[in-house]
Every structure is written in C-alpha cells, then in structure tokens.
Write a protein that binds this ligand. Structure first.
Ligand code: GLU
Length: 323
C-alpha cells in the first residue's frame, strides 16, 4: 500500500511539474524595421501566430519597430533581441565578417538562419520635377540614402562603391527613416529616396501618391558585376503599374528578406516559432501582399548563408523540405 501510495504521489507530482514547465513564460523579441516597411509586418505576423499558442508553449512574442537589418543583427548579437529580419546581404556579411559594418570583432559567428522571406528590390523613387531617369542622374541631387542601421544604407554604400562614387557626389545625403522619407520627398526636401523593401508596400505608395514621382532603374555594367560576383544579390523587376507614375517595368537588383537568430537561442524556442509560421502558412501569406508568392521550399533553401538554426532544421526535416 505504502509503495503504491508513493508511486501515485510521484506520478501526480510529475504531471504537475510538466504542466508548470509548459506554461513557464518565455519572451521572444523580434527586430523589424520602420513601421511603414514590410519587416514590421513580418515580425508582427510571426508574433501573432506564435502568441496563439502561448497557453501551451509559454512563449510570448513582441516585434517592435527598429532601424532595420544592421541594427537587428547587432541587437541579436548583444542579446537584446532574440530574432530579427535582415537582408540576405547583411546576413552574409555579418556571418562572414565581410563588410565594414561587421569587420573584426563585429563579426557574428553565432548568427543562424531560420528562413528567407520576400524579395526586396533596391528601390529608388524620384520626384518627376527632378528629371531623374536613371541612377547616374542622381549625381549632384538631394538623396535620402537610408537611416543608420538600415539595410538600404548598407546596400547604397555598396552601389556607390561599385560605381566609384561616394556620398559627396550628392548635394545632400540625408539619413531620414523610412517613415519620414516619403513626406520629405513630397515636401521637396529631397529629390529622391532609396529603400530596399518588398513590394507592394505602403511607404512607396505614399511617396508616389503625395507628389508626382517615378521609380528609377538601377542597372548597367557595375550592377551586372555586383550580381554576378555575389550570391546574395539577384536581378529584380518592379512591375509597371504597381505605383502611380511608373507604367513600365523598372529594372533593378535586390536581396531577400531573411529571418535570423543566434545559436544561443534554445532549439525548442526556434522550433515553436517555425512551427507556428508553417503550420499556419496560408494565414501567414495572407498578412501582406509581398508574401503572396512565398513557398516553404524556397524559404528554407534560398537566401540563407549562415547555417540553419537546429530548431528550424528539425522542423524542416520533419516536413521533408531538407535532407
Ligand atoms: N530592408 C530594410 C532594412 O534592412 C527594411 C525594409 C522593411 O522594413 O521592410 O533595413
């Protein structure tokens, strides 16, 4: 009787302990971008799906607005954020220590890929009255080159380097945030703005509807060479008719948005996040038009250069998406 009794007690205790462990609260913070961009929607959408399961997983997710790719990777490195969205070129450079932003001890060996998301064309929008028909016409103009910490500023620096230009080739190189730059274009404070962002998006819609404006092609031998030399770049086309003032297709190049984390984040946490997204994939895709063409197979195999986080890898193997 005694033995039986204590066994029962042991079993009851075990059940209670499991229930408590399952509901122990853990917090995930996802770094996004400006509130008018698509990263903000990526983070908010992931959190919305993760938070539906809080009762069973104990995980609570928030996705605040941030400065963008470079700021997110640095925040994950310092432990201030758990996960974040970053351009594929930034993921590559952070992991390999191959750009100024990530040189020396700024390199982030523990960066891990989770999945890639939507394509992000390098997008230049100009006021029609500034007569900017191609990238070369930006010389001497007032250009918003991207806020500090953003992916667009980093990619703009690469483009300027490739062309043998510097910020001094502009009469003004302002660093306004995405949420401010469309208004600056409308108010004639700048002639053109630069944004590496998924389409369609509200920010470029605002820029092209508050003032007569056109998208500017970014092409030519220097861009061909960049795309040729770097796995994280690809040619991109912004379809004609997507925004007011630009009826023809706009040729440019671009990156992919990717979702990243640190090797220090526990496997089961990343597993739960990935599961929340892919178990509810149609719902996720419906949360922004830039997600319309996403497929799980591409998201797990393209745009990632850091190793996959083991928690993500586990889910993808279960689904048969990777070997
Ligand atoms: N690509 C931008 C960046 O890396 C952010 C774009 C967005 O917020 O959608 O900073």
């Amino acid at each position: 009787m005694k033995t039986f009794g204590s066994l029962l007690l042991g079993a009851a205790f075990a059940v209670t302990a499991t229930a408590v462990a399952a509901q122990e609260e853990r917090f995930i913070t996802i770094g996004t971008g400006g509130q008018t961009g698509v990263y903000y929607v990526v983070g908010q959408s992931i959190c919305r799906l993760v938070n539906r399961d809080t009762a069973t997983t104990g995980i609570k997710c928030t996705a605040p607005s941030t400065g963008g790719s470079v700021a997110n990777v640095n925040a994950i490195k310092s432990g201030d954020m758990t996960m974040g969205v970053a351009q594929s070129d930034i993921q590559f450079h952070a992991y390999n220590g191959s750009s100024d932003e990530f040189a020396g001890d700024k390199k982030f060996d523990n960066l891990r890929a989770v999945f890639s998301v939507h394509p992000e064309p390098f997008t230049v929008v100009a006021r029609k009255d500034a007569s900017i028909a191609g990238f070369d016409d930006l010389k001497g103009k007032r250009v918003n080159v991207g806020n500090p910490g953003s992916g667009q500023l980093a990619t703009m620096e690469v483009v300027l380097d490739a062309k043998g230009w510097s910020m001094d080739d502009f009469s003004l190189a302002s660093q306004l945030k995405p949420a401010e730059q469309s208004a600056a274009l409308g108010d004639n404070k700048v002639d053109a703005i630069v944004y590496t962002v998924g389409h369609p998006n509200g920010s470029i819609q605002e820029a092209t509807s508050t003032v007569e404006a056109n998208l500017v092609p970014v092409e030519g031998p220097e861009i061909d060479a960049l795309v040729e030399a770097n796995p994280y770049y690809a040619k991109a086309v912004i379809p004609g008719g997507m925004y007011a003032g630009t009826d023809a297709d706009t040729n440019t190049f671009g990156v992919k948005a990717t979702f990243v984390t640190s090797a220090d984040v526990p496997e089961d946490m990343v597993y739960e996040v990935v599961k929340a997204v892919f178990d509810n994939f149609d719902r996720f895709k419906g949360l922004h038009p830039a997600f319309a063409n996403l497929t799980p197979e591409e998201m797990v195999t393209q745009g990632n250069s850091a190793p996959l986080h083991p928690g993500a890898e586990k889910y993808y193997k279960e689904q048969g998406w990777i070997e």
